[in-house]
Design a protein around this ligand. Structure first.
Ligand SMILES: NC(=O)c1ccc[n+]([C@@H]2O[C@H](COP(=O)([O-])OP(=O)(O)OC[C@H]3O[C@@H](n4cnc5c(N)ncnc54)[C@H](OP(=O)(O)O)[C@@H]3O)[C@@H](O)[C@H]2O)c1
Length: 350
């Protein structure tokens, strides 16, 4: 058996961590994670500390990784002003992928992580269900820049690329700005502490519109499938749980789970609403013997505003990945409750 070596760039993030968990116990793979900070979880993977914004750091940290066969690019630089995410995310991908592609003599595949923003989902109503063959929208995005850079880099080489397009990746990460699961749990705990009902803080239309999500474990398995299936070479795939939901139907289920009274929509600007409530969370942590994570490590209220603001349908067509052979699906309601349970077991939320 020839061993494969996975390089997971962004290995401590919500998607990178799931890739590492999926691959690190598979005897066919050696796994190397890349991030600035050391992993905060137990892992058998080797970790390399690199600042992807710094070309010198990329050269010294990644230039000697000659055995890498498969790259999973899952790094992300966040900014509350979305337009400002373009440049750093493009720079990080260019700095790292150019070095790895040069150093890894047996490189076989680079799998990029994109999302439904590729179709303009964040800007307003868009064509649904979105298909991989839909044209790019006329607004610049680092997904386009990264993909164009990667396809240019690949020109004339033997290795191939692919791109996964999930929506709202649900899993476990600390300090991850786009983390719906821990955010909902912290939000519920703070409301409960104030004796408030579990109200939906987003827009009325976002409560009733069709929505979707992607489990981080399912995404990891899909990305490995894409990276190792010859038919997936140089193709993009929408990867979601495979079902759709409306928050108006899930909200009472969540309220029941948290032991709270379900309420309807009460549109709230979350950064302001939560501004003076960090101490409430600190009390919850102390009283419940939780891991001492500050709110900022578990919930980004800017993301809450965004995640509950799409008052239009968000639907990806996942027929293509099934036609190519990826048949997994997950019931989204079960996924949410399963992740809430896991965070409770890890003593991260009450
Ligand atoms: N999360 C979602 O719901 C979602 C949904 C659809 C698409 N996506 C897309 O998926 C991609 C990954 O997002 P994510 O949410 O999985 O990311 P994430 O959880 O925020 O993880 C980001 C990773 O990148 C690393 N990183 C950030 N800046 C770095 C730097 N300068 N040098 C080295 N490493 C750096 C972080 O580690 P350190 O901080 O330790 O460096 C971390 O490992 C993005 O393109 C995003 O648009 C995400």
């Amino acid at each position: 058996m020839t061993k494969k070596t996975a390089l997971v760039i962004g290995g401590t993030g919500v998607s990178g961590r799931a890739l590492i968990s999926h691959l690190e116990n598979d005897p066919e793979w050696d796994v190397i994670g890349v991030s600035r900070n050391a992993p905060y979880f137990d892992t058998k993977a080797k970790f390399v500390s690199v600042d992807l914004m710094d070309p010198g750091s990329c050269r010294s940290g990644l230039g000697a990784l000659t055995d890498v066969t498969h790259v999973f690019y899952t790094a992300y630089w966040d900014d509350p002003d979305f337009a400002k995410t373009r440049e750093p995310n493009t720079v990080m991908a260019k700095n790292s992928l150019a070095v790895v592609a040069d150093a890894a003599k047996n490189l076989q595949h680079v799998c990029l992580l994109q999302g439904t923003k590729y179709y303009g989902q964040y800007l307003g109503p868009f064509k649904t269900p979105a298909k991989e063959s839909d044209p790019r929208i006329d607004v610049p995005h680092f997904y386009y820049d990264q993909q164009d850079f990667l396809t240019g880099l690949q020109d004339g080489k033997d290795w191939t690329w692919s791109a996964a397009r999930p929506h709202v990746i649900c899993g476990y990460a600390l300090g991850n700005p786009l983390n719906l699961i821990s955010m909902i749990c912290v939000y519920a705990a703070i409301l409960k502490c104030h004796g408030m009902p579990f109200f939906y803080p987003g827009k009325p239309g976002a409560f009733t519109s069709i929505y979707q999500a992607t489990d981080s474990g399912l995404l990891a398995r899909a990305m490995v499938w894409m990276a190792t299936t010859p038919a997936c070479a140089n193709e993009a795939f929408n990867i979601t749980n495979g079902d759709f939901f409306r928050y108006q139907n899930l909200w009472p289920v969540f309220a029941d789970y948290f032991g709270m009274e379900a309420a309807g929509v009460q549109t709230t600007e979350m950064v302001g609403f939560m501004k003076d409530k960090d101490h409430v969370w600190d009390d919850i942590v102390r009283e419940n013997g939780l891991q001492p994570n500050p709110v900022a490590r578990l919930a980004n209220w800017n993301f809450t505003n965004y995640a509950f603001s799409n008052d239009w349908d968000v639907m990806s067509d996942t027929t293509k990945c099934r036609k190519y052979g990826f048949m997994e699906f997950i019931d989204s309601e079960e996924m949410f409750l399963g992740h809430f349970d896991a965070l409770r077991r890890m003593k991260i939320v009450p």
